[in-house]
Design a protein around this ligand. Structure first.
Ligand code: FMN
Length: 174
């Protein structure tokens, strides 16, 4: 079995989470930033990560998600400045699931990621960013050790799910 961890990260937060996920994977594995024309075939599971930008999936990741082959197992992860478990970052995950219409989404994970004070100050002046930018003021230090431990736990669960699916399919073929 083989896993791919692929991610987009502008300031390093999502990359840190991607590396923790990669470390927790116990099957054959690869890790790479999302690239144009990237091959998404031949993997039992793909972990795809991105930072939430304006409540959305960054455009840079759209075509990779849309081109994920039919039936491909995928798990999304994201980092965001707003509070964990809130409604705001959910919108981006829902969008990712919608873009991956042909894939089989096994789960998702999100945690907070710090935003530099300069970026926060610039963005919070724009009405479309106000809602999350206020919450993001307390995201300093994230992802922290607890976030990265949770990301590893998520990775183990997703690997478990994809292994179970493969075993079920193999037994159907027998
Ligand atoms: C242009 C821009 C838009 C952002 N929009 C949101 C947002 O809508 N909601 C949110 O919670 N965080 C938002 N953030 C914060 C990032 O999602 C967060 O800092 C993330 O951890 C950055 O990940 P990275 O270091 O991998 O690029 C935004 C950051 C930038 C730079």
């Amino acid at each position: 079995m083989k896993a791919l961890v692929t991610y987009f990260s502008q300031t390093g937060n999502t990359e840190e989470v991607a590396r923790s996920i990669y470390d927790a994977i116990t099957i054959e594995k690869e890790i790479t930033p999302v690239q144009a024309g990237q091959n998404a075939k031949g993997y039992d599971i793909i972990f795809c990560g991105f930072p939430v930008h304006a409540h959305s999936v960054p455009v840079k990741v759209h075509s990779f998600i849309k081109d994920i082959p039919e039936g491909q197992n995928i798990a999304f992860f994201c980092t965001h400045g707003s509070l964990r478990g809130g409604q705001l970052p959910k919108q981006a995950i829902e969008q990712a699931v919608g873009l991956a219409s042909k894939a089989k989404v096994l789960g998702d994970f999100g945690c907070r990621g710090k935003v530099s004070p300069q970026i926060l100050e610039a963005l919070s002046k724009r009405p479309e960013h106000r809602a999350w930018a206020e919450e993001a003021q307390s995201a300093d230090g994230h992802p922290d050790a607890a976030d990265l431990a949770d990301a590893k736990e998520f990775a183990s669960q997703m690997i478990g799910k994809s292994t179970d699916l493969k075993l079920a399919m193999d037994s159907e073929d027998d």
